[in-house]
Design a protein around this ligand. Structure first.
Ligand SMILES: NC(=O)c1ccc[n+]([C@@H]2O[C@H](COP(=O)([O-])OP(=O)(O)OC[C@H]3O[C@@H](n4cnc5c(N)ncnc54)[C@H](OP(=O)(O)O)[C@@H]3O)[C@@H](O)[C@H]2O)c1
Length: 253
């Protein structure tokens, strides 16, 4: 699975036209989840867009209350129904909590993959110990690990793990839900390139091997600006400088 550098986070998007516009602008990786309660919106957007389904990477996530094996299958079938697709390219364990039991949850992911309901298995919000355990139990490779990642929370350990294992690290909340706008160093670097801290943050992620990001945006202006950030090349000294602004503070536990 070849994930593009910039995908679309859809949490909070309630208009299918936004999804359709994003696809027509060039977004090819769409990230939703059962808990966002908008899979049907994403599905309608896919249907409305003038781009074939095969060109899209559709990802969703099984919520923490549906990780018992029978619920993995049932809830995934319901997700496919809402999305209006025969299979999703990527299905994540959203969080390893509540009904998550690696010994039973993960074989259920393997079996729906064998049956063709999903193309790839992903995990989200895992620690390195949980990744070790998952890799032992799963027959499928872990295709992607989705975690909070942005210049203020850089995830060096999970990035090294992803590179060693060969999976993609999918950076969620890559704009720290707005906090990157306020960072004075990102603002300075943005001035140098005549751009914004948003584009600098996304370019920084896009330039990292094994990393892709999924900023959420609703306006045409934001959708366009974020996609264009993949073309911004930062100088090595700016990479280094951003490497030094880690705050250690994250939005999500
Ligand atoms: N796996 C998980 O547990 C998990 C957790 C959280 C999020 N996620 C995924 O990650 C995606 C993104 O994270 P997020 O939604 O938390 O936050 P985010 O992408 O860091 O930030 C989204 C916010 O930034 C604004 N924005 C986007 N582009 C902008 C631009 N060019 N200039 C100025 N503002 C801009 C958006 O405004 P507008 O909407 O007004 O454009 C929105 O308010 C989610 O949608 C979801 O798919 C996954």
């Amino acid at each position: 699975m070849d994930l593009p550098e910039i995908g679309l986070g859809t949490m909070g998007i309630e208009e299918s036209e936004t999804i359709a516009r994003a696809i027509e602008l060039g977004y090819r990786h769409l990230d939703t989840a059962q808990i966002y309660d908008n899979e049907a919106v994403v599905g309608r957007g896919i249907e409305q867009a003038d781009v074939p389904r095969e060109e899209l990477i559709v990802a969703t996530k099984v919520w923490a209350d549906s990780l018992a094996p029978e619920d993995v299958r049932r809830s995934t079938e319901e997700s496919l129904d809402r999305l209006g697709v025969d299979f999703v390219d990527l299905l994540y364990v959203h969080r390893p909590i509540e009904t998550y039991d690696p010994e039973t949850t993960l074989p259920a992911f393997d079996s729906i993959r064998e049956e063709g309901l999903i193309g790839n298995v992903g995990v989200s919000n895992f620690t390195t110990d949980q990744l070790d355990e998952a890799r032992k139990v799963l027959d499928s490779p872990i295709a992607a690990h989705q975690v909070e990642m942005h210049p203020l929370y850089q995830q060096s350990e999970l990035l090294q793990y992803a590179r060693d294992d060969g999976h993609a690290l999918v950076a969620y909340s890559p704009l720290a839900q707005g906090a990157v706008f306020e960072n004075p160093e990102l603002q300075e670097i943005a001035t140098k390139y005549e751009t914004t801290p948003v584009q600098v943050s996304l370019a920084w992620l896009a330039g990292k091997e094994n990393v892709v990001s999924i900023p959420k945006a609703s306006s045409m202006e934001h959708l366009e600006a974020n996609l264009a950030a993949a073309d911004l090349r930062l100088d090595p000294e700016d990479y280094e400088r951003i490497g030094g602004i880690e705050s250690g503070e994250k939005l999500f536990e």
